[in-house]
Every structure is written in structure tokens, then in C-alpha cells.
Ligand binder design. Structure first.
Ligand code: AP5
Length: 225
């Protein structure tokens, strides 16, 4: 299955996309994580995009296009992927269709995680991430077992540079400006699936499985496990 995740910052795209990729056995491709890794490693791309990411602005389409083209061409994405953070405007949606066309395939679903803006700020301000493995926590809604320590590798958890209040506002503004035409783009093509993202992580997960027709498959995995 080839799926993209749409939705405002903090809606839970990364949280749900990671679960879905595990269930389907396909890679979770997060453009935000790829950009943050490039920034941390100090690559040429990282140095160019840093100013955009830390200001909550969109990175120019031309840079994103190459990043996504290369990643989707890798062998592990040949049988499917969960793409999180791309596309973010209609130009990117069209580019994605072109890239998939070149690869001889097409998108199956675009999932929109829908959430009241008031809840987003609460989710983002409490988010903690592991700088080593990228695991995602929330101080209140999804806390680590030990305070500020990653359950997987014991690293000290940090706040993302773009989760500061001023940057969060800028990210929400960017999203509001760009996203409605993208959801229309997928709705017109019959690909859009909307999931109410206001419940708990498990409730949103169940809603996601329902709209993707995967509830039965997930039950079998739980039983086998
Ligand atoms: P990106 O990393 O994609 O960030 P984003 O879209 O702003 O989304 P987030 O990662 O902040 O939130 P999320 O929806 O994944 O929520 P999460 O699961 O973490 O992009 C960052 C930047 O990179 C952009 O601003 C831009 O500069 C650049 N960029 C990236 N892609 C680009 C592109 N295509 N074009 C141009 N520029 C691009 O959840 C949030 C928190 O809530 C967590 O703490 C989590 O534990 C908690 N949580 C999750 N679900 C629930 C729930 N149901 N109940 C309670 N808490 C929950």
C-alpha cells in the first residue's frame, strides 16, 4: 500500500504513520525527519534548509522534490510506503504523482488527520523526541517509562527546535495557507480518507485502520503476536 499522511503539525501523523508502517512492513518516510537528520549531520542540504525548518517555513519545492524522488526510488519502497509530511502544497502533490508515474505506480490513499487547532499547541508543547532513534513521546499523553529518558536506548529526550511557541504559530499559519487545496486535490481523485485525530492514540489508530480497511489484518497480527 502507498499512503500519504496529511494534517496539521502535531495532529499525530508521525505517531500513526510509524504504527502503520510496522503493520504493513513498508518504510515510514518522514520528510521532516529527513530534514532534521540532514541539519544534525551538517550536510550541504542541512545547511540550506536549517533556516526554513527552524522558522517554521516550508522548504522550497525544488529541494523537497529531489529528496523525495531519491527516497522513493530506494528498493525498500518498491512494495509500498507510508509518506509523512509530503505533499504540503498542490505543486508537491503533482510532483508526487509524477515521481510515482516514473516508478510505474500510483498512490492508494491520502489520509487526513483532522484536529481542532487548540489541541495542536498542547500536543506540540509537550512533545519530547529521542535525538538518537527518533522515538516520539509526550510528557502527558505518551510519557516515557523514566522521566526524559528514551525507553529504547536510554538517551536523554529533547524538545524539537521548531516546537517553540513562536515557531509553532508560524507552522500552523503555513499549514492553513497551503493545505485546503491539497485535500481538495485528493478528494477530487477519490483518494482522501479523513480520520478524526482528537481521541487517544489508540482511538485514532482504530479509526485509521477502519478507513483503510485494515482492521481485520491488525486483529490477526495481534492474535499471532
Ligand atoms: P514535520 O516533521 O513534517 O512536522 P509537522 O508536519 O509540523 O508535524 P509534526 O512532526 O510536528 O507532528 P505530527 O503530526 O507528526 O505529530 P506527532 O505524531 O509527532 O516538518 C517539520 C518541518 O520540516 C516543516 O515545518 C518544514 O519546515 C519542513 N518540511 C517537512 N516536510 C516538508 C515538505 N514536504 N515541504 C517543505 N518543507 C517541509 O504528535 C505530536 C505530539 O502529540 C507527540 O508528542 C505525540 O506523542 C502526541 N500525540 C500524538 N497523537 C496523539 C493523540 N491521539 N493524543 C494525544 N497525544 C498525541
Amino acid at each position: 500500500m502507498r499512503v500519504v499522511f496529511l494534517g496539521p503539525p502535531g495532529a499525530g501523523k508521525g505517531t500513526q504513520a510509524r504504527r502503520l508502517s510496522q503493520l504493513l512492513g513498508v518504510p515510514h518516510i518522514s520528510t521532516g525527519e529527513m530534514l532534521r537528520a540532514a541539519i544534525t549531520q551538517g550536510t550541504a542540504l542541512g545547511q540550506t534548509v536549517r533556516q526554513y525548518v527552524e522558522a517554521g517555513k516550508l522548504v522550497p519545492d525544488v529541494l523537497m522534490q529531489e529528496l523525495v524522488r531519491q527516497r522513493l526510488s530506494e528498493p525498500d519502497a518498491a512494495n509500498g510506503f507510508v509518506l509523512d509530511g509530503y505533499p504540503r502544497n498542490v505543486q508537491q502533490a503533482q510532483t508526487l504523482d509524477e515521481i510515482l508515474g516514473e516508478l510505474g505506480t500510483r498512490l492508494d490513499r491520502a489520509v487526513l488527520l483532522d484536529l481542532d487547532p487548540d489541541l495542536l499547541v498542547e500536543r506540540l508543547s509537550g512533545r519530547l523526541v529521542c535525538p538518537v532513534c527518533g522515538a516520539n513521546y509526550h510528557r502527558r499523553f505518551n510519557p516515557p517509562k523514566h522521566d526524559s529518558v528514551c525507553d529504547r536506548d536510554g538517551a536523554t529526550l529533547v524538545q524539537r527546535a521548531d516546537d517553540r511557541p513562536g515557531t509553532v504559530r508560524a507552522r500552523l499559519e503555513e499549514y492553513t495557507k497551503q493545505m485546503a487545496p491539497v485535500t481538495d486535490y485528493y478528494r477530487q481523485r477519490g483518494l482522501l480518507a479523513v480520520v478524526d485525530a482528537s481521541g487517544t492514540i489508540d482511538q485514532v489508530w482504530r479509526g485509521l485502520l477502519r478507513v483503510l480497511g485494515l482492521a481485520e489484518q491488525a486483529e490477526n497480527v495481534i492474535e499471532e503476536g
